[in-house]
Design a protein around this ligand. Sequence first.
Ligand code: PLP
Length: 393
Amino acid sequence: MKQIYLDHNATTLIEESAKSALLFFSSTEKDSDKNFGNVSSVHWAGRKLKSAWEEAHEKVAELVGAERPEEICFTSCATESINFAIKGAFFKHLEEGFKPTDFILFTSQVEHEATLESARFIERLGARVFYCPVDDQGSLRMEVLDQALTKYKGRFLFSFMAANNETGIIFPIEELLRRCKSVDGVFHLDAVQALGKMEFSLKTFPVDFASFSAHKIGGPKGVGALYIKRGQKLENLMHGGAQERKRRAGTINVAGVVAFGCAAQALNLVSSQSQEQTQRLRDEFEAKLTARFSGVNILGKNQPRLSNTSMFLLDGVRGEALLMGLDLAGIAVSSGSACNSGSIGPSHVLLAMGFDKVAAASAVRVSFGARNSSEEIDYFMNALEPIVKRTRK
Ligand code: PLP
């Protein structure tokens, strides 16, 4: 059976150079190059890997527009990076002797669960959290945020996503950053979905912290990064070692971070080309979908969106039926957020946009990669037709 992968916001295929890096560090006794050392060791086995580890920081820093490689702290995934930014800022606030209630987190109702769960956690410990609502197009209700800002006094952390993983809607990062700085706050950006799918650089968005994930850009699973602007400090979450410049204890996953660096370097070379390509595919997909089927609702169609993402609803067609039918035809797409514990429930993003539970569970997300093709779009449309006919009957 044909297999078509249209779920690049969930994860991506590994880049050749990243795969080679993983293998390079998997040497055995038989191999002449023994690249098995611990980066923290001072003897030859560790020393020979240290420069590769340092280079990985440089490559990721270069891709995201950080000024210095030391501002990149590798983690086990973006979920960890987000936890580190939010809890680390809160714990530092407590460590400095301030009251928990003086810590105010501004975030949105449509963030990734890593942000929402971290927010609920610090809320249980006494912090105050404001969850900014969105409108029916998925855009932030800035007027509500502005009103809320006048009501709180204390130390502010803003944590927002650059773009939503489900709808692809891009948030007004510069405006949010301006609001944050007007109250002397610090800003954490969940930039996981931004790389290679929108114009993105920390030079344009000079935030204090930003989270990234390797597996969304052709790197391996289980590696992430937190950008920590020079001068900014967080309380560590991991204790027990001085790794990652004393910010994250634990033996360094050298193969993973070097592979992340390789994927970052590869993306850096083709980023704008890849954006153009996925946008062309996405636009073609949406044009064909609306031409062929009635009752198509493409979410946030006229909003600033990631180049590769299309989330839509089909009148009278339930999400599960659609997803199962497409899966039987070998097509991988997503309903709700696939990276969210693997569960298929009503999407909290769509619920926040005002959809009811049935509609929220019926949305389908298609997310393209640069290697997808027009033929695959046609195959998708042909597979979709009988499913729609069947379920609408
Ligand atoms: N933030 C966003 C916007 C995401 O889309 C995801 C995963 O899909 C994450 C955070 C978590 O990333 P990771 O899988 O590296 O933990």
